[in-house]
Design a protein around this ligand. Structure first.
Ligand SMILES: Nc1nc2c(ncn2[C@@H]2O[C@H](COP(=O)(O)OP(=O)(O)OP(=O)(O)O)[C@@H](O)[C@H]2O)c(=O)[nH]1
Length: 656
């Protein structure tokens, strides 16, 4: 009779039992036991009285799907399929721009200006003059360096940030990344040249980016300068200057002489005021990288334009797949800054790796968070790469697979899963071979061990291998596959089977690499599936005997035949004329009469007049005798040829 305690125990037991078991397509006995919260013996017991060979079952024996289901069923439990890869479920840990700030927290910021225009119209000269105007006005007067941007401060205190990479290439490459750093475009048009191709292109670039234009009519110091013409020509492109009733300011300048540059700067400030450029002056930073380089002393350095928030020393930033704890902030004069607000261009030192120009900078709360973001972005990129690769492969394979299927129609074609378990069945016998009874190296056999970083990638590779249809040339067997870095076990197994290990997106530690080298096990690691398959194709091809082909060197016709006494023997000699190429005594020969080949072999002697020679050339006559019993006839053809080995290539075509 059950006591109360018994009853309690029973209850507890029911709780501990897993009612639903997460299963995979293949599991080891041990992993199934673990998933069921049972021990090894339980699984063995559940498999009693099945067709499985109980004696061969070990904890690491692999069970096929149907046996896994059987065990679960016989244990009175239900099963559910485990997610293919936990990593696919990874939560998104990225960081993004914050939502727009409350208008009350915004403050005016200086404009960021890009100079564009036709080649030779004076963009570089204008930038240089603007920069110089600053050096004179600040007593520092030091060496300015190119950091990708510089600040111009008007006597009235207003500031303008000029991006100093002229031309629209930089502008459009930034925009292509969806990163527009520019508020105003100064369009430089030479007054002696007028509107040209790239002037029009620049206008179009500014338009598509929705950035207003100020026209700098340059080279006005030149006698042939005609600023009015420039403004008239611009009308055709809907750039309507103020004097034609439009709202585009046009300033006549001489970049070379420095004339009227202040007027240009003032016009820029005026436009900026109209645009009411504002940003949040404090809080977490958002910005954009306009240049990046590696400095010998400072390491990776970028120039950033701050777009929001206050950049400080010690801020933790993320850009692309890199992060920084800001060590130094420097301006274009190399002066250290403690902070930089919106529209400032600063050199940022402290990056772990070099991010690229055009990348968005976002400040995060901690180094831990920065690492997390970079890790996520790296992971996501890998996933994308894998996916792209897979879709390329799938696309290329589709057609090939269709043909392949058609060919195999009527034949029993195994599904991938069946093939997988069939492989295991086929290998079962092989696994029982003791390492001491190593398999003989078979030239026409390639045993494979496939390792991948996740089920998806291993599946993709196995699917490709499944199309292998050149078994008659070289037997290819997958003897093992799995997820994770290449292990000692993999190397041992490869050695036992004299096979090769192919790894996709996995590593192999130094000791494993050394072990593989010692055991003579080829270890081939790849990060691109089709490169892996290419190498596999090469390895398969290397196992095939070369194709022997013939290269005809020369041809002669037999004119007459006579016997020559060599000692007591009479040797038949053919007197020939070389019709094509040459005869080379060291190569192979063939005697042809009509359509028949009468003899093939080597020459015993080749003479020109009385002399033994190696080679006789076209037009010459010669006497030759052969190794063997041959009766020459006038009119016979003698062909001289060489045999050339060409490596054979596997006929397997995985579709790409
Ligand atoms: N007379 C005169 N010459 C100028 C002026 N501005 C530029 N130049 C000259 O025009 C030529 C081209 O000037 P750059 O500043 O190199 O022109 P750019 O537009 O930067 O040319 P790219 O970089 O090749 O696109 C140089 O020889 C300059 O000295 C100017 O205001 N007056």
């Amino acid at each position: 009779c059950p006591t109360e305690t018994d009853h309690k125990d029973k209850k507890v037991k029911v709780k501990v039992d897993k009612q639903e078991v997460e299963i995979r397509q293949t599991m080891t006995v041990a992993s199934l036991a673990e998933a069921m919260n049972k021990d090894f013996d339980h699984v063995i017991e559940a498999l009693l009285n099945t067709s499985l060979d109980m004696d061969s079952l070990e904890p690491d024996s692999v069970l096929e799907e149907r046996w896994i289901k059987e065990v679960v069923k016989r244990s009175g439990m239900k099963f559910s399929w485990a997610k293919l890869s936990d990593s696919r479920e990874r939560p998104n840990r990225d960081v993004h721009r914050r939502p727009a700030a409350d208008p009350s927290s915004l403050a005016l910021r200086p404009p960021v200006v890009t100079i564009m225009g036709h080649v030779d119209h004076g963009k570089t000269t204008l930038l240089d003059s603007l920069r110089k105007s600053q050096i004179v006005s600040t007593e520092a007067g030091g060496i300015t360096q190119h950091i990708g941007a510089f600040l111009v401060q008007l006597p009235t205190g207003e500031k303008i940030t000029f991006l100093d990479t002229p031309g629209h290439a930089a502008f459009s490459s930034m925009r292509a990344r969806g990163a527009n750093a520019t508020d105003i475009v100064i369009l430089v048009v030479a007054a002696d040249d007028g509107v040209m191709n790239q002037t029009v292109e620049s206008i179009q670039h500014a338009r598509t980016a929705n950035v207003p234009i100020i026209v700098a009519v340059n080279k006005c110091d030149k006698p042939q300068a005609d600023p009015q013409r420039v403004k008239r020509e611009l009308l055709a492109y809907d750039v309507v200057c103020e004097e034609f009733g439009g709202d585009v300011q046009a300033i006549h300048v001489s970049a070379l002489k420095g004339d009227n540059l202040m007027a240009l700067a003032e016009a820029t400030v005026t436009l900026a005021e109209i645009l009411e450029l504002k940003a949040e002056p404090s809080g977490l930073v958002e910005g954009i990288i306009i240049e990046s380089r590696t400095d010998k002393g400072k390491g990776p350095v970028t120039t950033a334009i701050v777009q929001r928030g206050l950049l400080k020393r010690g801020s933790v930033l993320v850009a692309g797949k890199s992060w920084a704890k800001v060590r130094y902030l420097l301006d274009e004069n190399g002066r250290a800054l403690t902070e930089a607000g919106p529209s400032a261009a600063v050199e940022v030192v402290g990056w772990k790796e070099l991010p690229s120009a055009g990348e968005i900078i976002l400040e995060v709360e901690s180094e831990q968070r920065a690492r997390e973001v970079v890790e996520w972005r790296t992971y996501e990129e890998e996933q994308q790469k894998l996916q792209e690769e897979q879709s390329v492969i799938e696309l290329k394979q589709k057609q090939h697979l269709e043909e392949y299927k058609k060919e195999r129609e009527g034949l029993t074609h195994l599904s991938w899963r069946q093939r997988k378990s069939a492989l295991y069945r086929a290998n079962k016998g092989k696994f029982s071979v003791r390492p001491s009874e190593k398999m003989q190296r078979d030239e026409h056999n390639l045993p494979l061990i496939i390792k991948g970083d996740m089920d998806g990638s291993v599946e993709a590779i196995l699917n490709i291998l499944d199309t292998y249809d050149a078994q008659q040339q070289c037997q290819m067997d997958v003897v093992h596959f799995g997820i994770g870095d290449v292990s000692e076990n993999d190397v041992n197994m490869a050695q036992m089977f004299t096979g090769s290990i192919y790894g996709f997106n996995v590593g192999a530690s130094k000791p494993i690499q050394q072990l593989a080298a010692r055991c003579g096990v080829p270890l081939r690691l790849h990060t691109i599936i089709y490169k892996l398959i290419d190498e596999l194709k090469d390895e398969l091809s290397s196992k095939l005997p070369p194709h022997v082909s013939e290269n005809v060197i020369g041809e002669a016709t037999v004119l007459a035949m006579f016997d020559v006494s060599v000692g007591k023997k009479k040797v038949p000699v053919a007197g020939c004329r070389i019709q094509k190429g040459q005869l080379d005594r060291r190569l192979k020969f063939r005697l042809i009469r009509g359509r028949d080949v009468l003899w093939e072999g080597s020459l015993a002697a080749l003479k020109h007049h009385k002399d033994d020679v190696q080679v006789v050339k076209v037009g010459m006559e010669c006497g030759l005798s052969v190794d063997g019993d041959v009766a020459f006839n006038p009119g016979d053809v003698i062909v001289c040829y060489e045999e050339v080995d060409t490596p054979q290539v596997t006929s397997w075509n995985p579709g790409f």
